[in-house]
Design a protein around this ligand. Sequence first.
Ligand code: SF4
Length: 441
Amino acid sequence: MKMNGRFRSHHDTQAAVSKALENKQGKSGGPPNRTLPRESSSTEMKAAMANSLQFTDLLAMIPEDHPRGLYLHLPYCDRICSFCNMRREQSTGENLHAYARHLNTVFSSISHTPYVRSRPFDVLYFGGGTPSVLSNHDTSQLYPLIRKSLELAPGHEWTVESTLHNLTDEKLRIFSDCGVNRLSIGIQSFTDNGRKMLGRSGDGAWARRKFETIRGRFDGTVAIDLIYSWPGQSQEHLERDIQYIRELDIDSISFYSLMIHPGSTLSNDIDSGRLLFEKTDEYDRQMHNRFYESMLAQGYELLELTKIVKPGRDSYRYIDIRYQNCDLLPLGNGAGGRVMGHRVYHMDAERTMISPPKQEADRYNLLIGLLQFGNYHAEKIASILSGLSFEFIENILSEYESAGLLSRSDDDGARRLSPDGVFWGNNLAVDLIERVIEAQD
Ligand code: SF4
C-alpha cells in the first residue's frame, strides 16, 4: 500500500477512485466515466451541459420513497481564511442581499414542483462559503420561506455551517424556530496563535466565550472543525486545544491536518518565502494520533475517518445520504448533488450540468462510504462488488491487519481501524478499491 503521500479527506479518495475508473474504462475502450463536478474535465463539462435534460424536467418527476436531502450553497464569506481556496467570494452588503433575494426566488419556484411536494426531506445541509453570513433581516426572510416551501421528515437533521462571529442571537433564534438543529462551526483552533495563523476572527479567549454563549442559546448539536499541524503549532498548542475541547464538552469534532491549497494566502506566503513551513507524514501522524487517542480517552468515538463524536450527540445523517447514493437536491450557485439519480451541478444561476446515473460509479461510492466509518467487514465489502470472492477481500484485510492498521473485533467479525489505520484510512480505501478495480479488469 502507498504509505507516503497521505490522502487527507474523502474528496481525495473520490478523486483517486474516479481516476482509477477512468483508467480502467480508457483501457477497455469504454466511455469515460462521468466524475463528480469538482473533478470534471472541460470535455465532460461540455458533454454534461449538452445533455438535453433540464433541471426543471427532473423536478417534474416523483422520486421513490427513499430518504433524501437538500444541499444549499452560499458562496460568500465576510472574512477569508488563510488556508482556504474554496469556491467563495468576499461578501459585501450588496452581493449578499442580492443572493438572499435570489434564494428566495429559488425556493418560491421549487416549492410547487412534484419532486419537492412528493415527500418530506430527511436532511438539509447549508454549506459554503459561510451560509450564516446573511444579515439578520435576510435570515428572517429566507428561513421561514424555506420552512414553508418544503416538508421536513420526523427526526430530520438540518445543519447550517458557520463561523463563530456570524452567529448572532437573532439568527440563533430564527434557526431554532425554523427547525435548524445542527450547527457546524469552523473554529479550527481555540488558541491565539492558531486563530491568527489560520486567519480566524478573535483570539482564543474570545472564541471560547463565544462558543459557550452559542452553546447556551442553541438546543441542537454543535459540531466544530479543528485543524492540526499548522505552521508554528507546538505540542503545547495541541494540548491546549485538547484541554479546551474537554472543558467545553463539545458534541462532535471534525479534525483535519492543514492542507496547503494552491492559491490560498498560506500557500502564497510559503511560495514567496515569507513563511517557512514544511511537514512530513510522520509529523502529521504523531499530531493526529495524539489528538485522536486523547479524544478516545475523553469518551469520544469515531464516526468517520475525520470525525469523532460524543456517543448519541451527533448522528451526522448528511454523510449517509451522500454515501448511500440517495438524492440530494442541490440549490444555489456552486451546489452539487443528485436528483432522480442524476448528478446535478449548478455552475451559477444560469448554467447547470446534468449527468445521467452511472451504476458503476455509484457502486464504488457505496464502497467508499462503507470504508469511511472505521469498520472493515469482508462480507459486506464483497456483497457490494460483483465477481470478487470473499477470500480475495479477506486476504487484503489480513494484509492491513498484519501492518497494524486493522484489528479484529470479537463482537461482529468486523475489523476496526487502529489509530494509524484511521490516519491512513483514505489511503486504505483507495488501495483496496484500486486492487478491486484491477482484479475486475
Ligand atoms: S469560512 Fe470557510 S469558505 Fe469561508 S474562507 Fe474560511 S474556510 Fe473558506
